[in-house]
Ligand binder design. Sequence first.
Ligand code: FAD
Length: 333
Amino acid sequence: MANLTRDFFIGLSNNKILNANAKKWGFKLGADKFVAGTDINSVVGVVKELNKHGISCTLDNLGEFIFDKSEAAQAKDDILEMIEKIHEEKLDCHVSLKMTQLGLDIDQDFCINNMSEILTAAAKYDIFVNIDMEKYEHYQKTLDVLALLRKDFTNVGTVLQSYLYRTVDDLEDLKDVRLRLVKGAYKESEEVAFQNQEEIDANFIKACEIRLLGDTFTSIATHDHHIINELKQFAKENNVPKDNFEFQMLYGFRTEMQYGLAEEGYNFCTYIPFGNDWFGYFMRRLAERPQNLQLVMKDTFYTKDNKLKKSPLIAGGALIGLFALWRIKKKKD
Ligand SMILES: Cc1cc2nc3c(=O)[nH]c(=O)nc-3n(C[C@H](O)[C@H](O)[C@H](O)COP(=O)(O)OP(=O)(O)OC[C@H]3O[C@@H](n4cnc5c(N)ncnc54)[C@H](O)[C@@H]3O)c2cc1C
């Protein structure tokens, strides 16, 4: 059942029509639990509140499925506006972005130009820019573009996913690059990726330990308390300076633990997504953890004093309808 649910939501996250339509819907299906706002002005307060508690942030102006240069140029302008805002408001915050958002699938040189403009603006204010890692089909391209950008910029890094077999080998080439390590959010084939959770977890720990013993800053991005505890212990035993790494979690997840880690004196960074292009991101979060679905269903159907809501029934019904359609399609295939 868990795999079925995961496949279902990953399938939805890849659906271009639903992604395009969701931009017009506004936040639905409880997306506001995990997406902090619709534009940069609506998330400044969220960042300031976290900063007050010693938590830094990374902002992601969500964007996927961009196949048009004008949309990619708009995404670049939005990110430039975000950088200005981070500076103006003196936020303790860096930038996360996806290169497909900036035209990687349209024209690589165009994407590199967009990235260069962003990195130049960010460097002026000493702001770091992290390139999220997307599906495997973009993996090598992302690393190639990163290598080109690093000839001119030092304020850029990326993400490695421990479900990929090649991750530990790639660490060697990227040993001087600031990295975020994650388990991986997409559905990848067994030709390139571990399918078994224990193997993915073991590879995650191995990659983190290699990085912790090195000199370059690493973001350990997971909500998994077993792994966090194991790595805290490893860092202590090996005298890894706390300034060499941080923990990262997504906005809306395990908030108490986020505050707790910061209070313990660890560097902590919350990843804050915002914007109208929320559908793919939100569906991947539902894919990762069936409990997230229960959480948003509860918010969708019930008010805070546990009374049944009426209008959101349509949203909940739509979700169940989509699931039924997907099941029928699967059977036909
Ligand atoms: C900051 C950040 C950035 C990311 N960037 C990328 C990226 O660029 N590319 C990419 O492919 N993926 C990215 N991801 C997603 C990542 O790859 C995983 O899909 C996602 O984090 C789920 O894996 P996990 O390690 O958090 O825990 P899981 O493997 O989902 O969970 C492991 C265990 O942790 C506990 N747990 C997990 N979540 C919760 C919760 N909410 N409440 C209570 N217990 C919980 C449970 O015991 C669970 O069994 C990012 C994740 C984070 C946190």
